[in-house]
Design a protein around this ligand. Sequence first.
Ligand code: FE2
Ligand code: FE2
Length: 504
Amino acid sequence: MVELVRHDGLKSHWPFAAVRVRVPPRVFGLQAARDTACVSAAAPQIALSGVIGALSYALDVTEGEPPGHAQRSCQIGMRLAQALELDAATRSQLFYALLLKDAGCSANSAKMAALFGADDHVVKRTSKRIDWSGRLPAFVWSARTVAPGGSLRARLHQLLGIKAEGQLTRALMQARCDRGAEIALMLGLEAETAEAIRALDEHWDGRGQPSGLRGEEIPLLGRVLCLAQTVEIFHAAGGIRAAWAVARKRRGRWFDPALVDALGTLRGDDEFWASLAGGDAASWEPEDRLLTADDARLDRIADAFAGVVDAKSPWTYRHSDRACVIVMSLASVLGADARTMRDLRRAALLHDIGKLAVSNRILDKPARLTSAEFARVREHPVVTERILARVPGCEHLAPVASAHHERLDGSGYPRGLGEAELTRPMRLLAVADVYEALTSDRPYRRARSSDEALTIMRPDVPERLDREAFSALERLLAEQRDARGPSERSDARRAEAVLHPKTR
Ligand SMILES: [Fe+2]
Ligand SMILES: [Fe+2]
């Protein structure tokens, strides 16, 4: 029996022992040895700051921010903490809160895009540059942002919709903040870190979101996050002069006056402000509190970020999770060794992380995509590769994760790789990805049954999809159907939830 722990904390038990392995178990191991790029060396001690710092780029793209926004916000927040002489334990809590402040950001992307009739990245990015707690600036911004390119009538209709959904916007902020806090806890970080993330958008005067906390009701670290992220955005646009102007203007409204005063003492630190261009926050982690990422923590991080990816769209809310379970089932049938299984699991969980850069206007579109929209979708594996290549301990997963839309005849994307380049883990992930997508609802069609999915996939074997991977899928589905013995009944039911989604 192999136990998989899902990103939502639930455990999926898979009756691998009940699946008769008809392929010699060593076959996969030998192949895996040939595909050395897909198997990592024994995990060394990896700095957690490097892993979270690299993955924070995925959060930046979700928010529509320039790459490195979270890292630079972290540097600013930590410099403030230094000026405030916060102790090392508190600075450690703050450090990870700053890097993960946007961990819940994908939870409201789909609703934001629908509410504004606009690209969620644009909505999110522009909202951070206005004084949204004031009625007039919020109205002017909404009027400018809704339904871009639409008729006056369409824009008015959308605006009225936003007005009617006043409570919804608060709920959207709540979802974002709660999800971010939950992810911090999932990663084993401290409660203070989670609470800071939850309070990210609360304002000193009580007019922030989602709880309207006021003054010192807002945790100190949350107050630092709020100031640091705003200062970063305005500093990136107009240097320290612009950053200081917005901090001073919102002193006592958005920001804790004492924090703004501390920022004032840093205005002349030219060396520090120039260092932001490097965008690496790692050196700001308290030296005597350096956290590391062992194998178990890397797994939890992959689970957590799969959750970030799956929360992006209601149509793919379990995609990474299910694709992971399916590919591991296939690998198990083919006798994969433990290290290959571990790598495949992480690659599968993170394979669509690049989709965070695609607007929900495209991902959730209930109609055929235009060629320009499809071109945006085709870029997502490149973004996946770019993000994973920066993550210490996961660099070797980047080529596997980013090849899930490649096809053996070279007709896939983004690179048109062919048979010679596509390793076995890549082929397995491609089959799992297609099967998962076919057996899930999409905005433009209903989910197919498992038999229908196999029928649709079969003509692509072996020219486009790997014969062995597809055969393993067929065998697995057949075995699952047969696995109805009394002792296996509950496991078989759980397996059916993923492999035969129509039976849910
Ligand atoms: Fe994909
Ligand atoms: Fe996918």
